[in-house]
Design a protein around this ligand. Structure first.
Ligand code: GLU
Length: 446
């Protein structure tokens, strides 16, 4: 079997981390099995869908390194849905219904008041041709429902959730087409999955009840149902579905200096029994991908943990992967020297400015002796290992200064700033000659 997966966002807004996780899992699974990954734009709701969102979806996936092997659009496929509806109609599996939203609401309230499940009572199935003609004569237009087969239980073995079992009599016959002729999600998705030979439907567990209905739709259309993997939902660190996560998208994540590789490493593995590890490329994620490792409990997503993972990913990134985002003039050796100290690639520019830029090393008069001593000691210490602790130890012994009174004048003289990266990491990169020169020049200005 050649694996085909699809990611099917509705282009009514930007992708959030939950959507991105679903996309990543579909992509990784297809890659793992040498299959195809499709992007399906679910734009049946033409009023709410926008072309800008379609572009943004593609751009967000591309940022992650995901390019679809094919793209389909539901708005280009209405003819296929018509044909499926006609077939189901001929076979008695769909029927027109005329209740208004208020009438349906009332029925539900009555059922709930009697302690019954609010399942549609199929009153429309009892309408005669005359009834329908009369209703249409009154100006009512039908919506269409799919008639579930109550004859046997709906069952499938979910790749994440294991054996699933639904009693169709406890489900309402779903509305598949509205009065105005527009399509609801349910039937088009099945028609597409059949036409596109989708073998694995991977989506959030909020779709499990839809799947129960769709399993019968596949059968009614003479197709074998695909495999299903319903993943547990994503929750925030506090263990709840937060509004914040529902709006957290690629733009904001990228602005925080998060690398696509870090986001992918995180989203690929949270909620699974595999460790979340820093990886600079998706290969290890593809290799280890297995729905059997997916847990049933909600997956916790924490931005703080993502930032920590990101730092570890940055430390792995080769020069070629970041070169175009580095300050001009920075070499591969420079990158490798700075890399272990970075939390984000953007920080490289700060370090670069400190190491090679012009340092405004103003100093105060009472620091002159300290800085002169520092210049002498810097020229004398062994630079082959840990020059900063060596310099500090000598200056403590020589000047009696400690703490801020010692560190701040040195930092200002060497970096022109009051704060910044660890001096212990900076000093070897500034190097002995430049260190001595900066200390002398600061002392001269004090
Ligand atoms: N457009 C649907 C959604 O975003 C697709 C669900 C599916 O994967 O079938 O929820």
């Amino acid at each position: 079997m050649s694996v085909v997966t699809r990611f099917a966002p509705s282009p009514t807004g930007r992708l959030h981390v939950g959507n991105l996780r679903t996309a990543i899992h579909n992509w990784l699974f297809a890659r793992r099995h040498g299959g195809r990954f499709l992007l399906r734009i679910d734009d049946t709701d033409q009023a709410r869908s926008s072309e800008d969102c379609v572009h943004a979806i593609r751009a967000d996936l591309a940022w992650l390194g995901i390019v679809a092997d094919g793209e389909e659009r539901q708005s280009a496929r209405f003819g296929r849905y018509e044909a499926a509806l006609a077939r189901l109609h001929a076979e008695g599996r769909v029927y027109p219904a005329y209740e208004t939203a208020q009438e349906l609401d009332l029925k539900r309230k009555v059922q709930l008041g009697r302690g019954l499940p609010p399942v549609y009572d199929r009153a429309a199935l009892a309408l005669s041709d005359d009834d329908r003609a009369r209703l249409e004569g009154e100006g009512r237009r039908p919506h269409w429902r799919f008639r579930l087969d109550h004859g046997r239980p709906i069952e499938w073995t979910d790749l994440v959730r294991g054996p699933q079992h639904f009693d169709p009599a406890l489900l309402s016959d779903p509305v598949i087409r509205r009065e105005d002729g527009s399509w609801l999600y349910m039937l088009p998705s099945v028609v597409d999955d059949i036409d596109m030979a989708v073998t694995h439907v991977v989506r959030g567990e909020d779709h499990v009840a839809n799947t129960a209905v769709q399993v019968q739709m596949f059968e009614a259309l003479g197709a074998a149902a695909p495999h299903f993997a319903h993943e547990a939902l994503l929750v925030g660190a506090e263990g709840k579905l937060s509004k914040r996560l529902g709006s957290l998208g690629v733009d904001e994540i990228r602005e925080q200096g998060i690398e696509p590789a870090a986001l992918m490493a995180k989203l690929a593995r949270i909620g699974t029994s595999l460790p979340v590890e820093p990886v600079a490329s998706p290969e290890p994620l593809i290799e280890g991908f297995d729905f059997a490792t997916f847990g049933r409990a909600p997956a916790r997503f924490d931005l703080e943990e993502l930032a920590q993972l990101n730092a570890r990913v940055v430390h792995l990134l080769p020069f070629a992967a970041v070169a175009e985002r580095l300050p001009g003039g920075m070499s591969e050796a420079d990158w490798e020297a700075i890399r272990p100290n970075l939390k984000s690639v953007a920080e490289a520019a700060d370090w670069w400015a400190i190491l090679h830029g012009h340092v405004e090393n103003a100093a105060e008069a009472n620091d002159r002796a300290l800085l002169e001593a520092a210049a002498e000691e810097a020229a004398a210490i062994d630079w082959s290992e840990s020059p900063w602790p060596a310099l500090v130890a000598r200056l403590k012994a020589r000047t009696g200064r400690a703490g801020k009174a010692l560190f701040l004048p040195l930092r200002r003289a060497l970096t022109g700033r009051d704060s910044g990266p660890e001096m212990a990491a900076l000093l070897p990169l500034i190097g002995p000659d430049e260190t001595v020169a900066r200390l002398r020049s600061a002392a001269a200005q004090a």
